[in-house]
Design a binder for this molecule. Structure first.
Ligand code: NDP
Length: 314
């Protein structure tokens, strides 16, 4: 069985930053990318708030830079998906693609988060046939068509603005009388003539047999139901941490985020560290993910040195 000193799970800003620091600390990290190589930033267009890019940068280009830097430092980057872990044994056991099991002295979890869905039967059935959770990925297919975005956070606003550049009409469905998005994003949405905001609006069903043709919505204030013709339906209601494989292995909070000790990336299991969106339900920014990735590598390095010292004294 392959035995590695430091195993990093996930390839977003947190994972790659952990890889850069762990490589430079000579931990010889092996990083498994997961299916969504590069993480959520691969689905973003312009990133304007990551320091060091004064002119902004495209999300995928930024992640290529992160990956290239981790590779240059010597990280062994492998394509593969972690399907299970056993943290009750030491060295920890991590299984890739249900087939290969590795032993790891330290594990850094940076599995990120994924888009949430409404949970409607029609949403699942029409996923890929007009239903999407990524305007940047799929918006192009709806050029000059009418679409809807559900959600009231920064993601929903960003998606609506992106689509408003392609589509003559974007319906933004907000379930209450207020948005969670930042003031600047709300102002941009409100000023865009192609976006119509529907307050107090809940989606009952997405209509269409093989392709989305309309949505059935309920105004919860007037109790009126209406069918609005659309061709694309974009869900932008937040994210869920990708931590299902760690259930029962490490402490998770009720929303599934990994619990880390205050001011560190230590989990409740010795030798297991967590960083990025998998443990951060508050900031969820690329720069904070990268920051905690750095912390995880430093924590792992110090922890491993301490373990080696203890062993050498035994
Ligand atoms: P948020 O959690 O901020 O917002 C989720 C939105 O979806 C809320 O308006 C919520 O409504 C709504 N919602 C949740 N569930 C449902 C449902 N079942 N039906 C209808 N609406 C629903 O998630 P975001 O993904 O927007 O943002 C996450 C974080 O990322 C935030 O911190 C945000 O600031 C940040 N971000 C920053 C960006 C930037 O700076 N450019 C871009 C994108 C995100 P309610 O308020 O009623 O709960």
């Amino acid at each position: 069985m392959e035995h590695v000193k430091c195993l990093i799970i996930g390839s977003g800003p947190a994972g790659y930053t952990a890889a850069i620091y762990a490589s430079r600390a000579n931990l010889k990290p092996v990083l498994y990318t997961g299916v969504e190589v590069g993480g959520q930033l691969m689905q973003t267009t312009e990133v304007e708030n990551y320091p060091g890019y004064p002119k902004g940068v495209q999300g995928p280009a930024m992640m290529d830079d992160f990956k290239a830097q981790a590779e240059r430092m010597g990280t062994d980057i492998r394509w593969g998906y972690v399907t299970s872990v056993d943290f009750s044994v030491y060295p920890h056991q991590v299984t890739i693609d249900e087939s290969t099991t590795l032993l790891a002295d330290a594990v850094i979890i940076s599995t990120g988060a994924s888009a949430k869905w409404l949970g409607l039967e029609s949403e699942a059935r029409l996923n890929g046939y007009g239903v999407s959770a990524c305007a940047v990925c799929d918006g192009f297919f709806y050029k000059n068509l009418e679409v809807a975005v559900v959600g009231g956070g920064d993601t929903a606003c960003e998606e609506a603005l992106y689509l408003a550049n392609l589509c003559p009409k974007v319906h933004l469905l907000v379930r209450s009388n207020k948005m969670r998005a930042s003031q600047v994003m709300q102002a941009r949405v409100e000023a865009n003539p192609n976006i119509q905001i529907h307050w107090h609006t809940q989606t009952l069903e997405i209509l269409g047999d093989t392709q989305v043709t309309a949505m059935r919505v309920l105004n919860t204030q007037t109790n009126e139901t209406s069918d609005i013709p659309i061709q694309g339906f974009f869900v932008a209601i937040g994210h869920k941490p990708n931590t299902d494989i760690f259930k029962g292995q490490i402490d998770l909070n009720p929303e599934g985020y990994i619990v880390t000790k205050a001011g560190s990336t230590y989990t409740n299991v010795a030798g297991v560290f967590a960083c990025g969106d998998a443990q951060d339900s508050i900031y969820r920014q690329a720069v904070t993910a990268a920051g905690t990735g750095c912390m995880a590598a430093l924590d792992a390095e110090r922890w491993l040195s301490h373990e080696e010292f203890v062993k050498s004294q035994a």
